[in-house]
Design a protein around this ligand. Structure first.
Ligand code: ATP
Ligand code: MG
Length: 296
């Protein structure tokens, strides 16, 4: 059953597309854009590196601070613009940002300020018009689309507002998808999927399909799936936007645990100050620029 889903060429991008196409429990056009952006990234022109100063968004916290922190991604003078006819719409206007494995940050800002665009660039779903993105020390401009897809599959886990689970697959099968794309064997896949579902508190929902789960449970499946390939970064675009406040708080407790215990950088976009409180830093975006970075 799982093999049927593997219609596309490269791993994570194919997963993103398959989810957007099949996910009957998903509805948001803004989030569906993430999957489409992967396609856009493939055809977009190579970015031009133009680094200047940097602002560091790194800070040590709690258990996670044990051992030296490691840079996961660095953006220098990242700009993103779209040509709308003859008009150039500048969406990101020179973002400098460095994130380490001990970061737990919330990105906040008004609607249309560029938060999702920034998250997509951090997730290698999109590339800048100009500027540099380095992940694990590698400059992404120099990578082929296949290499980018591999990096995305290995290093980055995504969680979206509308979950993007495949409605015809059970929780176990949904969680196995990224591992399938990475070529992990069946036995290991099943074992890890079961462990991950236990980890997110869904040990007794493994064989439920998305339509047989609550919103909070679906988001837990999406988080388990995001963790499948042991990413160094968990990116979440309004992960609690579709949940009530109790389920939202439970998801945040899970993020906190994962951050502290698995040493995974968490970068989430949220409009909700109660959710942003869980982060150690809040990056405030306004009109395509970082307005300020506040410590929580
Ligand atoms: N492919 C595109 N072509 C043209 N404009 C785009 C494209 N993608 C995004 N934009 C524009 O870029 C701006 C920033 O979009 P983005 O989705 O990053 O905003 P956001 O801060 O996430 O907003 P929200 O809080 O509403 O989700 C918006 O004005 C949007 O219309
Ligand atoms: Mg957005």
């Amino acid at each position: 059953m799982l093999a049927v889903v593997r219609a596309g060429s490269t791993g994570a991008r194919a997963a993103g597309r398959a989810e957007a196409a099949h996910g009957k429990d998903s509805a948001g056009s803004a989030d569906a854009r993430a999957a489409r952006k992967a396609e856009a990234a493939r055809t977009a022109a190579g970015a031009e590196a133009r680094g200047t100063g940097k602002s560091e968004a790194a800070h040590s916290h709690g258990k996670n601070a044990g051992g030296a922190k490691k840079e996961v991604i660095e953006l220098e003078q990242v700009r993103k613009s779209y040509m709308m006819g003859t008009y150039k719409l500048e969406v990101l206007k020179g973002i400098d940002l460095r994130l380490n494995d001990d970061d737990f940050v919330a990105i906040m800002g008004p609607s249309g300020s560029g938060k999702s665009t920034l998250l997509h660039i951090l997730g290698l779903l999109d590339i800048p018009t100009t500027g540099s993105v380095r992940i694990g020390g590698q400059e992404i401009n120099r990578l082929s689309e296949d290499e980018l897809a591999r990096l995305r599959g290995e290093k980055i886990g995504f969680v979206f507002q509308f979950f993007y689970l495949i409605s015809t697959l059970s929780a176990m099968e949904n969680v196995q998808l990224p591992m399938l794309f990475e070529g992990v064997g069946q036995e290991e896949r099943e074992q890890r999927a079961a462990e991950l579902l236990e980890r997110v508190g869904l040990g007794d929902r493994k064989w439920h399909k998305p339509g047989e789960m609550s919103g909070g449970e679906r988001q837990r499946v999406a988080i388990a799936r995001a963790l499948a390939n042991r990413p160094s970064m968990l990116l979440a675009d309004e992960p609690t936007g579709n949940l009530d406040s109790k389920s939202g708080a439970e998801i945040m407790e899970l993020f906190k645990e994962l951050h502290e215990q698995e040493r995974i950088a968490v970068i989430m976009v949220t409009h909700d100050p109660a959710i942003a409180k869980y982060a150690h830093k809040i990056i405030k975006i306004r009109d395509g620029s970082i307005e300020k970075i506040e410590k929580n």
